[in-house]
Design a binder for this molecule. Structure first.
Ligand SMILES: Cc1ncc(C[n+]2csc(CCOP(=O)(O)OP(=O)(O)O)c2C)c(N)n1
Length: 394
């Protein structure tokens, strides 16, 4: 069989140097920053029920992020990671998927998980690493996972989920049920080799996967200007022979429409799509970070004016689907629920220390049993240093 992939058909005799910015990708936006619709823009078909579900999830995540950041500062949980300012990107994209589609997150997509139906109680059990946590307290806070909601467990090493998504979606293609995988990652994670491996394999093998890059301009303290010289992430798709969309990540309608179309391409044409959602990480990277060391108040202020929730709220109010009072009352309800579940989860005991080596191997191997015994011995010696686990150690 002839290999027609690399062609030398288009010969030129004048030396041509192709500029690095040869591919320019515009940003798709429907809702302007003030919540009015761009001239000539056609909004996706979203009925009142769906719009209000998306908005309620946005408000919930905003409240959850705020309260749990405070809980970390109060010493009640060890770590937290806010998605402030990026709620439209995760919720708008999750809303455009089918429930059966797999979602693989990086760690800032709690909006997608909440949209799928993860309960306040489940969030709290994970954040407090208690015995009801689906991950049995083995993960850092925020590293959620839920098989019942088709949301793959998050892992800390950056970019690992990208080739995994390609592999999972390859399996979905083999199954032939018309399902796809959407994988989130930051523009910083796109510097990992795994990004190349995942995208190239997906393009070559024609796999139904949506690569969803949240370009929030920072990878901890590294601004995107120090991360890459090119025009963001979207133009890289062309190098893999892949379709790309750049979207205003703070416009929930544009994100929804972009992801719907990407999903159609993925499942109907069996082709991967790269979406780059342009946004801004309004909070610090995590509770361990202080952004005043590397960016200005003026820059943060500028992005505050472009944030996604007010934009959507303004549109909903103008449309008559919610009033100011109803929106505020909904937020108060979320606050009540979060505070109540937080208090409950705090009281639930920690998982038993023996569980630390269970469910990985059929029977725990000898070296792990030895390590567990050494750990228990240490806890017996210093029980006051391990108040949560020492009770279960005999
Ligand atoms: C392989 C690897 N290298 C470094 C880190 C440390 N690290 C955690 S988050 C992060 C920044 C990632 O930035 P980005 O992908 O843009 O996502 P964002 O945090 O902005 O949402 C880094 C460097 C890591 N977890 N894994």
């Amino acid at each position: 069989m002839a290999n027609k992939a690399a062609t030398t058909n288009n010969i030129v005799t004048q030396l041509e140097v192709i500029p690095g910015d040869a591919i320019k990708i515009p940003t798709f936006q429907l809702l302007k920053e003030d919540g009015t619709v761009n001239k000539g823009a056609k909004l996706p078909e979203i009925d009142k029920e769906l719009a209000l579900k998306m908005f309620s999830t946005m408000q919930f995540i905003r409240l959850l992020d705020e309260r749990m950041f405070a809980a970390q500062r109060q010493g009640r949980i060890s770590f937290y990671l806010s998605s402030l300012g990026e709620e439209a990107a995760s919720i708008g994209s999750a809303a455009a998927l089918k429930f059966e589609d797999m979602i693989m997150g990086q760690y800032r997509e709690q909006g997608a998980l909440a949209y799928r139906g993860f309960t306040v109680e489940q969030f709290m059990d994970q954040l407090f690493s208690n015995e009801k946590d689906l991950g049995k307290g083995r993960q850092m806070p925020v590293h959620y996972g839920c098989a019942a909601l088709n949301f793959m467990t998050i892992s800390s090493p950056l970019g690992t989920q990208i080739p995994q998504a390609t592999g999972y979606a390859y399996g979905q293609k083999q199954d032939g049920k018309g399902e796809c995988t959407l994988v989130y990652f930051g523009e910083g994670a796109a510097s990992e080799g795994d990004f190349h491996a995942g995208l190239n394999m997906a393009a070559v093998s024609k796999v139904p996967v949506i690569f969803f890059c949240r370009n929030n301009r920072y990878a901890i303290s590294t601004p995107s200007t120090e991360q890459f010289a090119g025009d963001g992430i979207a133009p890289r798709a062309a190098g893999y022979g892949m379709k790309a969309i750049r979207v205003d990540g703070n416009d929930i309608f544009a994100v929804y429409a972009a992801t719907k179309e990407a999903r159609r391409i993925a499942v109907e044409e069996n082709e991967p799509v790269l979406i780059e959602a342009m946004s801004y990480r309004m909070a610090g990277h995590s509770t361990s970070d202080d952004p005043t060391g590397y960016r200005t108040k003026e820059e943060e202020e500028e992005w505050r004016g472009k944030e996604p929730m007010i934009r959507f709220r303004n549109w909903l109010i103008k449309k008559g689907w919610i009033t100011e009072e109803e929106a505020d009352a909904q937020m108060a309800e979320h606050k009540k629920a979060v505070l109540a579940e937080l208090k409950k989860a705090e009281q639930v005991p920690a998982p038993h220390v023996d569980e630390i080596i269970e469910d990985v191997y059929d029977t725990p191997p000898e070296h792990l049993k030895k390590q567990l015994e050494a750990l228990k011995e240490h806890i017996r010696k210093y029980p006051e240093a391990y108040p949560a686990t020492s009770k279960g150690v005999k």
